[in-house]
Write a protein that binds this ligand. Structure first.
Ligand SMILES: NC(=O)C1=CN([C@@H]2O[C@H](COP(=O)(O)OP(=O)(O)OC[C@H]3O[C@@H](n4cnc5c(N)ncnc54)[C@H](O)[C@@H]3O)[C@@H](O)[C@H]2O)[C@@H](O)CC1
Ligand SMILES: Nc1ncnc2c1ncn2[C@@H]1O[C@H](COP(=O)(O)OP(=O)(O)O)[C@@H](O)[C@H]1O
Length: 447
């Protein structure tokens, strides 16, 4: 679509914003709406939306947090019967609209903004475009910021919507389509249709070897269970066959009779889950085959020993990535995008940084964020299942970037399905993977 005049764009944004606020309120007539208005267009969006809500009978009041605010927006609000709040107001609003800072805002908030937010603590907040004060382009939180219940954004998702810790400050996300062409995003989020397109589906003449064999070198005397769980992820049916090499052969065979025990030809190896002290050796043995590697848990510490040119997907949690980079875990958690990108670029590998919002960072700078999942997935062995699943996708022919991001999307969706809002254990997540794949391919709701 062609270019639209600035004013028309703002009206579209205000329309979407007002509709989202009205939805949240349930009934607009008589509802009390407080706008926190900063100096820019973000404040203009809030003022125009406020004018629309006032015309629908809401009592709209604006707190002006800048000497100059969007003049047209303010005029529209006043003409619609809204008012500007001077001084303290005792009556609490039903909803707060955060129009303090938009995508051009610097991280942090000024004192007057912090005080205005403090006065409405506990009231639901709808953020315009992004919660004010978050770092829009990195997902970091440096200083005071808004914690929104709902963020209404326009055109396309921004980094802060997808990357923690900022993503968590957004609350629920609502995207208003402005009908514009949008440039490629620095961080993408795979949608269900993308996953359906990327999942490897066997053709009529495929057999187990053409579909790909995934090898698993995992487990130890200490952690035989990790070998079983990693194999469960690999044995999700997305590759033609699973091989297992390691000390937990009996446990693996007992749970998965279809798994072939012993070395042999594979299209990708998964190494390290529960590998303990033997993980370095297991990685070296796997690397001899020259096939793509998925490197998890205890093998991650040895990834630098792989020669340049090895095709590697590493799957660390924040603690493992911190150890790999020689920084504190808290630093990784505070800047997940920066550390995932840095590790991918410095080591020349694809990095799947696991967390609430798992990130898949390729050495060429591409990043995908996973939007499926549930906090119930934070359970022992869930990462082992994910490593196996990514290995199956890698063996079936996906690139490391696609295998990591699709694997993580499917893993999160399987956790949601298995959880249904309640607790899950890792084996249940693995067991739900085939159902997720079926539903995604069929285009039906996850069941
Ligand atoms: N069933 C199994 O066999 C399982 C095996 N696992 C394997 O266990 C190995 C170690 O994995 P981890 O990533 O857990 O690494 P660690 O067990 O080394 O734990 C990482 C860090 O978490 C902190 N920590 C540990 N226990 C804690 C506690 N109770 N409270 C607060 N902080 C605590 C410590 O600071 C520790 O350094 C990996 O090889 C992994 O694959 C896990 O996947 C869990 C399941
Ligand atoms: N709060 C959370 N919300 C969503 N997913 C989570 C959360 N915490 C952990 N996870 C997911 O659970 C899995 C845990 O993996 P990992 O830390 O390797 O555990 P383990 O080593 O026990 O298998 C990862 O896929 C991670 O993304």
């Amino acid at each position: 679509m062609g270019r639209l005049p600035e004013g028309a764009l703002m009206q579209r944004a205000a329309h979407g914003l007002a509709a989202a606020v009205a939805d949240l309120l349930g009934a607009t007539y008589g509802a009390r709406v407080r706008l926190l208005v900063g100096p820019g267009d973000n404040g203009g969006d809030a003022l125009h939306a406020g004018a629309r809500l006032a015309r629908r009978g809401a009592r709209v009041e604006a707190v002006l947090l800048a000497p100059q605010v969007h003049a047209e927006g303010l005029a529209a609000l006043l003409a619609a019967g809204g008012r500007v709040l001077e001084g303290a107001e005792r009556e609490r609003p039903d909803v707060v609209v955060d129009g303090i800072l938009g995508i051009g805002g610097r991280p942090g908030l000024r004192e007057d903004a912090v005080a205005a937010l403090g006065a409405v603590e506990g009231v639901p907040v709808v953020a315009v475009d992004v919660p004010s004060g978050v770092d829009v382009d990195t997902g970091r939180l440096d200083g005071p910021h808004v914690r929104a219940d709902l963020t209404v954004t326009f055109g396309t998702h921004k980094v802060a919507h997808l990357v923690d810790p900022a993503a968590q400050a957004c609350g629920a996300l609502h995207l208003v389509d402005l009908g514009l062409d949008v440039p490629p995003a620095p961080v993408e989020a795979l949608q269900r249709d993308d996953v359906a397109r990327l999942i490897p589906v066997p053709g009529p003449f495929d057999h187990k070897y053409t579909r790909g064999v995934v090898g698993v070198r995992a487990g130890s005397e200490q952690y035989p269970g990790a070998a079983v769980l990693c194999t469960s992820g690999a044995a999700c049916g997305l590759a033609g066959m699973v091989r297992y090499v390691g000390s937990a052969a009996d446990e693996v065979r007992g749970t998965h009779p279809e798994v072939v025990v012993g070395a042999g030809r594979v299209q990708a190896w998964v190494v390290g889950s529960g590998g303990s002290e033997g993980a370095g050796e297991a990685l070296a043995a796997a690397a001899e085959d020259g096939v793509p590697l998925v490197v998890d848990a205890d093998a991650i510490a040895h990834v630098a020993s792989l020669g340049a040119g090895a095709d590697v997907l590493v799957t660390p949690h924040a603690g493992e990535l911190a150890a790999l980079l020689g920084v504190d875990r808290a630093d990784v958690e505070a800047d997940q995008l920066g550390h995932a990108r840095r590790a991918a670029a410095d080591l020349g590998v694809t990095v799947l940084l696991k967390g609430r919002r798992t990130l898949c960072a390729a050495p060429d700078g591409g990043v995908r964020a996973t939007t499926t999942g549930t906090p119930w997935l934070g359970t022992a062995g869930a990462g082992d299942v994910l490593a196996g699943l990514c290995g199956a996708l890698r063996a079936a022919g996906l690139s490391s970037y696609d295998a990591g991001s699709v694997g993580s999307w499917v893993h999160g969706a399987a956790a949601q399905l298995a959880s249904g809002g309640g607790p899950v254990v890792a084996a249940q997540v693995a067991a739900a993977v085939p159902r997720v794949v079926r539903d995604v391919l069929d285009g039906r709701p996850l069941s």
